[in-house]
Design a protein around this ligand. Sequence first.
Ligand code: CA
Length: 227
Amino acid sequence: MRILLVEDEAKVARALEKGLKEEHYDVVVAATGEEGFFQLSAEIFDVVILDLMLPGRNGIEILKTARKQGIQTPVLILTARDTVEDRVLGLNSGADDYLVKPFAFSELLARIRALLRRGRPDQVLKLQTGDLKMDLVTHTVTRGDRLLDLTAREMELLEYLLRHEGHTVSREMLARDVWKTPERTTPLDNVIDVHMSRLRKKVDQGSTGRLINTVRGVGFLLKDDAP
Ligand code: CA
């Protein structure tokens, strides 16, 4: 699970980053509103923790712009002032929840978990890249008019790649998010490579255009190169 933390106070940001990493979240920290917005537009996150008082563009502006652009990532805002106006403004701007500073870290964790749970039913139930289609309701995958016969693990792997389409997926990410193993090991890397190689054969063999690519030394990338 990836979290974007937009917080300009270095001390607070460091403490939150450390705590969240200990809970096995993948954390990206942005210290300004501009940087936060850039990250949010460029990458996929499961939750955004957004401080409202930021230098340059404040949290509300970022949130409004992101929602206008169709970015649906759940947002938890952090506010130093607990006024009804602030809360209403935040929620009206597209925030999913808010937390008043100072807060207990356990409270933040509980809110994040709630947002992650809530986010799930709304997620897209059909994923597609090029002529590769995955239906998460019927658990069927097709490439063009070929129906792919995938194992449960291959389905999970492919779903993960589809959700990170255009972004390189590392073996660390696969170990953590698909195999649910916090540590990456050589034997596990081999297992990942074997599954990936089988999946790639099923997806790419017999079709024009390769969708699953190896990024040497880094991981894998699902990308539709067709013009
Ligand atoms: Ca601040």
